[in-house]
Design a protein around this ligand. Structure first.
Ligand code: SF4
Ligand code: SF4
Length: 170
């Protein structure tokens, strides 16, 4: 009985060993597949993520101002499969370990990640384009030559620049 009381007293002094959720956040494993995060700076609007998306949760569409692309992910529809992250050539989309996904049914159409991938003028001819991500450009054209400039050109100007020797590998 004495040792039993001792344990009780020790536990009272130590306090609860469980997390006081919802008054404090529960730590999530680093690799937990949670809410999607999209980086429009790295995105090249290739549409690969939308193509492979198991839940049909991703949509890329021309923005109302016609000056870029709206990128939308419906958290309500996402199945957290991770295919978008796996196939994205520029690592522009990834699943965070944020597990706060509970929401009201009425909010299902507003519970979205929405970003804007802005068109930029081709540095050679001025035509509005979504530039290639430098990472993507390096994968295609290698690291030799002015690959950074090449990434900011429209496909036609890129072809001309390669022909003129802007990069050593095409
Ligand atoms: S994790 Fe899967 S379901 Fe969710 S947006 Fe990416 S591809 Fe679609
Ligand atoms: S997030 Fe990645 S896969 Fe999706 S459109 Fe952008 S670059 Fe392509």
């Amino acid at each position: 009985m004495g040792s039993f009381l001792k344990v009780i007293l020790q536990n009272i002094v130590k306090g609860p060993s469980t997390i006081k959720y919802p008054f404090e956040d529960s730590p999530a494993p680093e690799k937990l597949r949670g809410l999607i995060k999209h980086n429009p700076e790295a995105c090249v609007a290739c549409g690969m993520c939308a193509y492979v998306c198991a839940g049909g949760a991703i949509r890329l569409q021309e923005s109302d101002d016609k000056a870029g692309m709206d990128f939308i992910v419906w958290h309500n529809t996402c199945t957290f499969c991770g295919l978008c992250e796996f196939y994205c050539p520029t690592k522009a989309i990834h699943l965070t370990n944020d597990y706060h996904t509970a929401h009201l049914q009425a909010d299902k159409y507003s519970y979205v990640e929405k970003t804007y991938v802005k068109n930029q003028p081709c540095i050679r001819c001025g035509e509005p384009i979504i530039p290639l991500s430098p990472i993507f450009a390096e994968k295609i054209y290698g690291k030799d030559g002015d690959v950074k400039s090449l990434a900011k050109m429209c496909p036609e100007c890129r072809r001309k620049a390669i022909w003129e020797g802007c990069v050593h590998k095409a």
